[in-house]
Design a protein around this ligand. Structure first.
Ligand SMILES: [Zn+2]
Length: 269
């Protein structure tokens, strides 16, 4: 368990897990649109995607049904600390390493099953997702149990922090305009892994995570490589259909960010 108490401040986490999913505006039609977008765009609906703002929906129609359980409350604190640790490092990195870029903190929404976002309908089946239109990471953390049951890899807190920091990486791409640059899906995903590596370096330097715990993140990155997932799912590997990069590429990107610690090292992957 990483030393999250060392992180000062809190991230902007909205918890919708206690709310019953209400009538989702756009409903099934919107879902089909999102899934069609992801398939046509080559996005893997199982594992994190980046949506720029199709099917503009507004508001969340939910009803509170209960209070948080102690473990849910602990997870909210954990997610908040991961965001806060990212918010603690990126403003300084932006100041030093980007040409006048301004970092602004992203939001994170915890949900179950389905919820509305500015990008349309967020579904647990999609996995962790960053919506550029509302600068928000959407996460149903039960995803971690499911995905690693299927594909192996660590489910430890640092593994999960890596995934959340990868989504913050997409937020950074959004702030810098990289999401709109026409870069390939694999390039964007590997760069987000590299940015997560930068986060891990700063977290290690600050004594929040240990070198040993970094192995959790490496294990997670390896297990969600496209070649590993394709082999598990279909028995064959088709590099031309990769969306996130191979296990070796993802681990390599994460390690590059971790060892170099600069955005420049993440610029060409
Ligand atoms: Zn991603």
């Amino acid at each position: 368990m990483a030393n999250w108490d060392k992180v000062s401040g809190e991230g902007n986490v909205e918890d919708r897990r206690t709310a019953r999913p209400g009538m989702v505006i756009g409903g099934v039609g919107s879902l089909i649109l999102v899934l069609a977008f992801m398939f046509l765009g080559g996005k893997d609906p199982l594992l994190d995607s980046v949506l720029n703002g199709l099917a503009q929906n507004s508001g969340t129609q939910t009803t509170e049904t209960r209070t948080l359980t102690p473990s849910e409350a602990a997870y909210k604190t954990f997610a908040s600390k991961v965001l806060a640790s990212n918010n603690g490092i990126w403003p300084g990195i932006f100041q030093q390493q980007t040409n006048g870029g301004q970092y602004s903190a992203p939001k994170l929404v915890l949900f179950r099953q389905a919820t509305n976002a500015a990008c349309g309908y967020e579904s647990s089946a999609v996995g962790p997702n960053y919506c550029a239109a509302d600068q928000t990471v959407y996460l149903d953390e039960t995803f971690f149990d499911e995905i690693y049951k299927q594909f192996g890899g660590s489910t430890g807190d640092v593994a999960q922090a890596y995934v959340i920091s990868h989504e913050v990486g997409h937020h950074i791409q959004n702030l810098l305009g990289t999401l709109e640059s026409g870069a390939s899906s694999v390039s964007l995903e590997l760069q987000a892994d590299c940015y997560a590596g930068i986060w891990a370096k700063y977290a290690a330097d600050a004594g929040i995570i240990t070198q040993a715990e970094m192995q959790e993140a490496i294990s997670a990155a390896s297990s969600v490589g496209d070649d590993h997932i394709q082999k598990e799912q279909t028995g064959t590997v088709r590099p031309d259909s990769f969306t996130h990069g191979s296990s070796a590429q993802r681990v390599g990107a994460l390690k590059t960010g971790f060892s170099k610690g600069t955005m420049q090292a993440c610029s060409v992957l």
